[in-house]
Design a binder for this molecule. Structure first.
Ligand SMILES: [Cu+2]
Length: 135
């Protein structure tokens, strides 16, 4: 009976992991995103916050890559839309830019990593410690 409880507890830990989805903020400051390069985990949300002017938060490296209709996001960031948020569900680097200001290199990247708690399966040794740890 105790073994089943322990297994269920450990399985629950593996499924949920120990990380909680976080929210990261990127400010629009003049013709830059700040910070322009951030690393987050799968499941995290990024909020882009407007300060002045008219901008976009557009996935990719330019309007052709990927094509405008195929982008993960292409959102205005302006007085009328002062905040854009997006939750990243897959690992990988996601480039983005501001369409009117790409010529001024207004770009950024979100580096999405697998949560560290679930990146690797537990080793045999850690299983032993978990089982032995329940005195
Ligand atoms: Cu801009």
């Amino acid at each position: 009976m105790l073994h089943r409880v322990l297994l269920a507890t450990f399985a629950g830990f593996l499924c949920t992991g120990s990380a909680t989805a976080a929210t990261h903020q990127v400010m629009q400051v003049g013709l830059t995103f700040d910070p322009a390069d951030i690393t987050i985990e799968v499941g995290d949300t990024v909020e882009w916050i407007w300060s002045a002017g008219g901008h976009t938060v557009t996935e990719g490296t330019d309007d052709a890559n990927p094509p405008l209709g195929d982008k993960l996001f292409d959102a205005p960031l302006a007085l009328a839309d002062p905040l854009f948020s997006y939750t990243f569900t897959e690992a990988g680097d996601v480039d983005y830019y501001c369409r009117p200001h790409l010529i001024f290199n207004m770009v950024g990247v979100i580096r999405v990593q697998q949560p560290t708690s679930t990146a690797e399966p537990p080793s045999i040794e850690s299983w032993g410690r978990v089982k032995a740890g329940y005195r």
